[in-house]
Design a protein around this ligand. Sequence first.
Ligand SMILES: [Zn+2]
Length: 98
Amino acid sequence: MRCPQCGEPVVWTVTDAGRRLAVNKTPDENGNTAAYRDGTGTWRSRRPTDELPLARWEKRYMPHVATCQAQAHRKKRRPAVLPPGVADMAAYRRRDGP
Ligand SMILES: [Zn+2]
């Protein structure tokens, strides 16, 4: 499976709540999601807790939404930083414009 937004390989899991969650295909020890493939081939995911830490058959994964380039790009609202000179030139043109 691949992310429809950015094309990165992802695994679609089903959470404890029955919701679908895409995680990065490569396990990530910094991820906050524990996932494993159950007997029917369905990927199950959950949030590890102190009471229920990572089980031996689970690995940590990063939810894809946390690293998706397409979504990160969409969320970015910071204005682009213009290289010095570009802004100066625009100001110069405005001052001396017709
Ligand atoms: Zn993506």
